[in-house]
Design a protein around this ligand. Sequence first.
Ligand code: S3P
Length: 435
Amino acid sequence: MSSATHTNSTTRIISPARSLRGSLMLPGDKSISHRYAMLAGFAKGTSRLANFSTGADPHSSLACMVALGAKTKRDGRTIEVAGTDGRFHQPKNDLDCGNSGSTMRMLAGLVAGQKGTYRFVGDESLTKRPMERIRKPLEQMGAHVWLTDGHAPMTIHGGELNAIDFEAPIASAQVKTAVLFAGLQAKGTTSFAEGIRTRDHTEHALKAFGADLVRREDRVYIGGGQHLEAIEATVPGDISSAAFFLCAALLFEDSNLVLDALGLNPTRASLLDAITTMGGHIKVLDVKEQHGEMIGTIQVNRNRSLKGITISGALSAQLIDELPVIAAIAPYTEEGVRIRDARELRVKESDRIALVVKNLRAMGAEVTEHDDGLDVPGNQKLHGAEIDSGSDHRIAMAFSIAALRAVGDTAIHGAEAASISFPEFFDWLDELAIR
Ligand code: S3P
């Protein structure tokens, strides 16, 4: 593999492979790392977070916590965070969330309950992403939230909050987190109801840091005025990063992949069901639990031909981060892939439906675009092409996987975006791919 750099944009050339073999321990889950960083910064005492994500996004969360008064010390992948005991400092500068929607939306919930004025900024992509979804509940609770045409820059004037009962209008774990983080500091008991169950790392993390919170059916309740205590934790390996290698393993008959200490939280693990439906054989070993999060070792190979899949309804919300890579390998499946109810993909780090369609077509695939998804027929042959990552980490990585079965080399432009969630991706892919 070679790489070339032009004005901050790196191009990676991906050659076809014959198989994918090896064993790995993935860096810590991005979603859990964000939550641990924020709650450790809010708690009393010093938390020790091992296997913290190496991605740039959770480090944006850590940097914001430092700006708010937390202190951090880094020793390899272990981060120590000395918290603020529930009282943030007034930051001297804007809170820079970089590319991270999770940082901006979830941290908004914590600062909403703090006296002071906080201005959040982000990069060009984050500045286009919808923030209205958190403004509504936080203003109902008593915070003042100013947006710029529905987007960042966002200014929050926080203070005393009242509890609310909120019904989620869209499936979003980030909105749920913002409301629960604000509810933690409000007067009374706040509840959040979600029609579609989203990832529950916030609920587990809050309990780990000592908060009382209960779920009854589809509603989570949190009492206000609670104090948090520091924890020691090891962040489970990131299953959404694993998704790229799992999909790569599906492409070849004789692949064999072992992933150690992988996060297997049931609200994230629908991916493993999808991999099985598509012909993968998964063996799960050594499952244990830490702070409510399941961790285990999985071994994956392919025991049938690569099968197609239909993803819609609640499954689309649960697989939202994995849909780009599933769509990118769709042409190689026997029956093709149909994705619906995934309109949220259009407001991620890029319009992921449009970019998946554009890049599949560049590789010679037939694909039909829908407002909320796409249809990719099966049994197609792809050729190497020029891929536009749109500066989106998941697009850069998804098409690197599609490239493994294409005829000829593929150039991934804007490959540096992978470091947002998975800086090791290209090196590890090179080690696993048999050529
Ligand atoms: C995340 C929730 C999802 C997901 C994102 C991380 C989280 O976003 O796409 O990558 O950590 O809570 P939404 O809440 O917007 O669905």
